[in-house]
Design a protein around this ligand. Structure first.
Ligand code: NDP
Length: 283
């Protein structure tokens, strides 16, 4: 039976570390500050934004909240971003996705100054990640690495397989595993014999968006399996991209859904706020 990696516990450890870093900054007269922008009234986004604000409060990070109507124009949103880019006290800008259809998400994300891009989505930060020099790393991928390392699993020299190549999860996870000296293979919808590739993995990261995609017979005995998937089932319950009941009998380590990667995303966002704040204050 696999060791279950508890993302709730690890995310609290990280938030506690962030809290003490925020206290150190505060002792120097610096208050880390995150601006959170929500456009429209998507209920899931409202919950995410509320959780981000709560995490800021826990960590001692000031949050500025902008809740805009669904009719907000692209120009209005871009001009708010310009204002926040110029705002000296605001260290990070987070635009909750998805945006209403009439707003071009790429244009909005590109407008955020890279040094305030605490989500790590800006192409500049994605580029730095690919050359191993990123300060602001995409939160969910960075959270996966923390889960692996803090569980005592060594990445160096291990076979790492990532299923999924999206710009927000699959690709950056692969880059980060490579930076940790893993031997990385990325799979996607055109990969041939994905089962054989996955079976070679000492560390397997699933970011596919298909419930229970990774089955027990795709996993090597003792592997570390990180499930990024969040799929809402018809019964309202959340399900990962890994068939937990089958895989936990083979894996050495496994993350549950919920309670695995999910809580890490916000913890890493909080960490990025401190990184951005320090950098902007030349610390
Ligand atoms: P995307 O839909 O953007 O990407 C899915 C990837 O999976 C694509 O690269 C796709 O390949 C690949 N894929 C799809 N079908 C198959 C298949 N049959 N075999 C092999 N590969 C396949 O999803 P995201 O990366 O945005 O998200 C992945 C999952 O992670 C989702 O469940 C999402 O909800 C969750 N998520 C969780 C977060 C968290 O905080 N825990 C944050 C972000 C996402 P191709 O490129 O060829 O199409």
């Amino acid at each position: 039976m696999a060791h279950i990696i508890d993302g709730k516990v690890i995310s609290v450890q990280i938030k506690d570390e962030v809290k003490s870093m925020a206290e150190e900054l505060s002792a120097k007269g610096i208050e880390p500050c995150l601006a959170v922008i929500l456009v429209g009234d998507n209920p899931a986004s409202q919950v995410y934004v509320r959780n981000k604000k709560k995490a800021c409060e826990y960590c001692g990070i000031k949050s500025l909240s902008y809740e805009l109507s669904a009719e907000t124009t692209e120009e209005e949103l871009l001009s708010l971003i310009d204002e926040l880019n110029a705002h000296k006290e605001c260290n990070g800008i987070l635009v909750q996705l998805p945006l209403p259809k009439h707003i071009d998400e790429n244009k909005v994300l590109l407008r955020i100054l890279p040094e305030k891009d605490v989500d790590g989505f800006h192409p500049y930060n994605a580029g730095l990640l690919s050359i191993g020099k990123a300060d602001l790393k995409a939160c969910t991928p960075a959270g996966c690495i923390e889960l692996i390392k803090r569980s005592g699993v060594d990445i160096t020299g291990r076979n790492c397989v990532v299923v999924g190549r999206s710009n927000i999860v699959g690709k950056p996870v692969g880059m980060l595993l490579l930076a940790e000296n893993g031997t990385v293979t990325t799979c996607h919808s055109k990969t041939k014999d994905i089962k054989a590739v996955c079976k070679e993995a000492d560390i397997l990261v699933a970011a596919v968006g298909i419930p229970k995609f990774v089955k027990g017979d795709m996993v090597k005995e003792g592997a570390c399996v990180i499930d990024v998937g969040i799929n809402r089932m018809d019964n309202g319950k959340l399900c990962g991209d890994v068939d937990f009941d089958e895989v936990c009998k083979k894996a050495g380590y496994i993350t549950p859904v919920p309670g695995g990667v999910g809580p890490m995303t916000i913890a890493m966002l909080m960490n990025n706020c401190i990184v951005a704040c320090r950098k902007q204050n030349n610390l």
